[in-house]
Design a protein around this ligand. Structure first.
Ligand code: SF4
Length: 241
């Protein structure tokens, strides 16, 4: 399997797979609340989520907001103090340094510690701007676009990358950052938010990294990973995370 041959063609079964995922998880019908008035909150939350789980990310973010009720007050604090507060999220020295750098850039560019100024920009302009910020990669930029700005973007995390590889929509070695533009070109934008969350729930609940529960998965008839496993009678190698 080559990355190139798998990466360029829209998968024929993608609409049906998204339909079945919706039947199972219903996040297109019941999308998550897009709660952040201030997109900077979402950016910092996503920064904190790097290399940790949701629980530790949320603990760190709650501690940050409790200690610094405004981003102004966070920007005035020593980086070491911020690192102490966000320690539950891990990589605290790196994340606190990036946070301080981002706040400084926003103050320079917008005259305030806020990302609200991008709301009128085009999606491409916002994505490029986010990618120019320290420590912000394609996944974080796509998360902020989708969840905090309501823009059409399809973040690809470890669950979605694993799922796309098992479906053979992409090659085994295709990196998640390259899957983002592929998914954005294959999936109708109206399905980005609910479809994204459906796959994440599926990856956490059924299509797990170590032991996918193919026997109770409605996608099994469409899934090459399960079919190959049946043919050989052996489990396939674990997906690369
Ligand atoms: S059949 Fe198995 S590998 Fe395929 S999507 Fe379902 S749980 Fe994942």
């Amino acid at each position: 399997m080559t990355t190139k041959s798998r990466g360029e063609k829209r998968p024929e079964n993608i609409d049906r797979v998204f339909d079945l995922l919706e039947e199972m998880w219903e996040c297109e019908k019941n999308p998550p609340d897009l709660a952040h008035e201030e997109p900077l909150d979402g950016l910092i939350l996503t920064l904190l989520s790097q290399n940790t789980n949701d629980l530790n990310r949320d603990k760190a973010f709650a501690a940050l907001k409790a200690r610094f009720p405004s981003w102004n007050s966070a920007a005035r604090a020593p980086v070491e103090e911020i690192a102490g507060v966000i320690r539950p999220a891990g990589l605290a020295p790196t994340k606190s340094a990036r946070m301080a750098e981002i706040l400084a850039v926003l103050q320079r560019d917008f005259g305030e510690y806020s990302l609200r100024g991008v709301r009128e920009w085009s999606t491409d302009e916002i994505r490029n701007y986010l990618l120019s910020l320290p420590g912000i990669g394609p996944k974080t930029a796509a998360c902020v676009l989708l969840f905090d700005l309501g823009r059409p973007a399809f973040p690809v995390d470890t669950h979605i990358a694993r799922f796309c590889r098992r479906m053979e929509w992409v090659g085994e070695t295709t990196p998640p950052d390259l899957m983002i533009p592929l998914m954005e070109s294959w999936v109708p934008p109206a399905r980005f938010l609910g479809g994204h969350v459906n796959i994440i729930l599926h990856g956490r609940g059924i299509c797990k990294a170590r032991k996918p529960e193919c026997g109770r998965c409605a996608l099994s008839p469409l899934c090459p990973y399960d079919r190959r496993k049946g043919e050989t009678g052996e489990g396939l190698p674990l997906s690369k995370e």
